[in-house]
Design a protein around this ligand. Sequence first.
Ligand SMILES: Nc1ncnc2c1ncn2[C@@H]1O[C@H](COP(=O)(O)OP(=O)(O)O)[C@@H](O)[C@H]1O
Ligand SMILES: [Mg+2]
Length: 256
Amino acid sequence: MTSFAAALAEAELVVEGRLVDASNATLLCTVDGRRCVYKPVAGERPLWDFPAGSLAGREIAAFEVDRLLGWEFIPLTLWRAVGPAGAGMVQEWCEESSIGEIVTVTPLDDVPTGWRVVVEARDPSGSPVALAHADIDTLQRLSILDAIINNGDRKGGHILTLPGGVVRAVDHGVAFHPENRLRTVLWGWAGESLPADIALDLRALRRTLGDVVPDVDRWLSTEESRALRARVDALLKAGSFPEPSEEWPAIPWPVF
Ligand SMILES: Nc1ncnc2c1ncn2[C@@H]1O[C@H](COP(=O)(O)OP(=O)(O)O)[C@@H](O)[C@H]1O
Ligand SMILES: [Mg+2]
């Protein structure tokens, strides 16, 4: 463990405030002089399709899968046994992050050249607008991470860019459902062939997941662990980016 990881897991957590656009009790804290996000299990809003109190663990499982892939989208995310509002997850805060730089809703005429349009709609005055995202390999990988973890809530506001163009991803509580729940703004490559480097990383991940991986599987039910492996197998077999399901709303609302 790095010293920051150790502090994040055990040093005193000081609550600075609540994140206003968060749907659960998501608290901005400081630990050892650095900011972090703290999501206590006790603050989780019950959801009909997930076992109570399981969202914080799903965020950690998502972080661990991202780490196995070596893609580094998800900031350091750990379990915290003790905290001001009880046990939960803590996550390193991304300083100077901005949203909307690589995913946006914009008048159709203003979609940057080369971007992928996901859907077109009309704004209240009837003018055409589009949900669109950049056509960059980083976002391709993020869309595949979401398919692997079965992310049910990849909003534009959960994709952060840091100075220098580094992309980070947050909010993975609603993930790892055993049935298809993929809901995302990143459909720009649906049905297209997977780039060779992504397929290579998926194969390596699948080999690792051939055994039980305690850091991942301890947060999931047996059925969810099995479904995780099955999704990686299915992606490799199809060799393409997933396509929206007809049984499930494929785009989150609001999109940010
Ligand atoms: N680690 C982080 N670093 C920087 N900003 C973050 C981080 N985690 C969350 N945020 C910001 O706070 C918002 C709310 O957090 P989120 O994880 O979406 O909470 P909730 O699970 O309650 O929806 C995010 O949309 C993002 O803008
Ligand atoms: Mg959120």
